[in-house]
Design a protein around this ligand. Structure first.
Ligand SMILES: NC(=O)c1ccc[n+]([C@@H]2O[C@H](COP(=O)([O-])OP(=O)(O)OC[C@H]3O[C@@H](n4cnc5c(N)ncnc54)[C@H](OP(=O)(O)O)[C@@H]3O)[C@@H](O)[C@H]2O)c1
Length: 407
């Protein structure tokens, strides 16, 4: 398999599954003609008041009651043996990702820390190896862990990472797209000219997931796990303005974050439909709950942080918040669940709640026609051809357009 960069004149042509979308009686058709169909969507500029209220209630309920609703879960979550697994984890240097990394590596997985701050990742490895060597166990070995550079604000960095990994011809059993941002600063754009939430939380993980498909196929049964968010219940994706540049919708960090998380869920649902059962690759989104002491909201104004301080009493610590993602990444039940969803021709991907129960994505995320548009638009934006999944799974070369397209 090879990934080639194409000159900037390359354009994506055919759009996938158009025919399936219009087939009468198909699950796709049923979704597209629902009350929530695209013709309505075209006029929609955001969530309806009731959908917004529903999303807000889910978020508030989760934040105040998550410790109670998950009191049956052990902390830390016991993990099955992982010594045969190779796991790539993005954003392993702070917050939830750091705890995911720690649990996976201490449970014996071969862990690849895909980090933008490689020094911080190496410092963590030294610290963990030191902890390991000071354990009483004479048999304790050094951790099976390595660091690779990945900056999600650069799609070129994602391509480089995937090329390097795929060139090793080693399998990947689990890819965990954990890294994410929530910024309250004024709207900003990546070097690829995409809104930064959209790029870090959705576009770059989407590119990474697709480019790593050959290695995930080698490692099958394998999983792509996205660290999602209950915030996606408050998201709305305007497929004609994913970058928030048309000024139809006023940008805010909250809108940027929730829309990017919704786009990720929608993309995941289509990806799981595109992946043939024989590939053995499952796609799962997991919500960590509302988690304090992470850096995700580091940009919140100090005043707001003070106001929110009392709320932190109710929130998960990162150790608690990492459990649903670890569950999604390692428990055999999850793969059985994704298989059963596939067999039922489910419209949406598997979604794991903060308490490790099987949940459901938001009403907006169940709109298959919009999800399909998000899929097509995403492939276009990240410079992949519409048949990238099929090509990569059959061992063909995929051409990645060098000049990414920002609308
Ligand atoms: N905290 C919550 O309440 C909550 C709730 C729902 C979902 N989540 C999701 O959980 C995930 C982890 O969040 P967290 O709360 O643990 O936040 P965090 O402490 O800020 O961790 C984010 C991680 O992502 C990495 N990252 C950020 N930008 C990156 C980039 N351009 N390239 C590569 N890595 C990058 C960070 O690296 P650096 O160390 O270099 O900054 C860090 O390791 C996110 O996807 C977030 O949306 C969090």
């Amino acid at each position: 398999m090879g990934i080639h960069l194409l000159p900037s004149s390359f354009t994506t042509t055919t759009l996938l599954l158009r025919t399936t979308l219009t087939k009468p009686n198909s699950a796709f058709h049923m979704a597209s003609t629902s009350q929530n169909g695209l013709s309505d969507q075209k006029q929609k500029q955001g969530l309806s008041f009731t959908d917004y209220l529903r999303g807000l209630s889910i978020l508030i309920y989760e934040s105040f009651f998550e410790k109670i609703t998950s009191r049956h879960l052990k902390n830390p979550l016991p993990l099955p043996p992982l010594s045969d697994l190779t796991i790539i984890l993005t954003g392993p240097t702070s917050g939830i990702g750091l705890e995911i990394a720690r649990n996976l590596t201490f449970s014996g997985a071969h862990l690849v820390m895909a980090a933008r701050n490689t020094k911080a990742a190496h410092d963590l490895i030294n610290q963990w190896n030191h902890e390991r060597s000071s354990e009483d166990d004479d048999e304790a070995k050094l951790l099976d862990i390595e660091v690779m550079k990945l900056d999600l604000l650069s799609l070129q960095s994602v391509v480089k990472f995937a090329q390097e990994w795929n060139s090793r011809s080693r399998p990947v059993n689990v890819l965990i797209n954990n890294a994410g941002i929530y910024s309250m600063k004024p709207q900003s754009f990546s070097e690829d000219k995409f809104e930064t939430h959209l790029q870090v939380n959705h576009l770059a993980p989407a590119l990474l997931s697709i480019l790593l498909l050959p290695s995930l196929k080698k490692g099958s049964p394998s999983r792509i796990v996205n660290n999602s968010s209950t915030g996606h219940f408050l998201g709305f994706v305007d497929v004609d303005d994913m970058n928030f540049t048309s000024r139809r919708r006023k940008f805010s960090g909250f809108k940027g974050y929730t829309s990017s998380k919704l786009a990720q869920v929608m993309f995941s649902s289509i990806l799981q439909k595109m992946l043939p059962g024989e590939s053995g690759i499952s796609v799962v989104c997991a919500s960590p709950g509302s988690v304090r002491y992470t850096n995700v909201a580091r940009d919140l104004p100090e005043m707001l942080q003070r106001v929110l301080q009392p709320l932190s009493f109710f929130l998960y610590t990162p150790k608690e918040g990492c459990r649903s993602v670890l569950y999604a990444a390692t428990y055999p039940q999850v793969q059985d669940y994704t298989k059963s969803l596939k067999a039922q021709n489910s419209l949406v991907c598997a979604y794991i709640n903060h308490d490790c129960s099987f949940g459901c994505v938001s009403k907006e995320a169940q709109n298959l026609e919009v999800s399909m548009k998000v899929w097509e638009k995403t492939l276009y934006m990240i410079g992949l051809p519409s048949d990238a999944v099929d090509k990569l799974l059959s061992g063909d070369t995929v051409e990645v357009s060098k000049k990414y397209k920002n609308e």
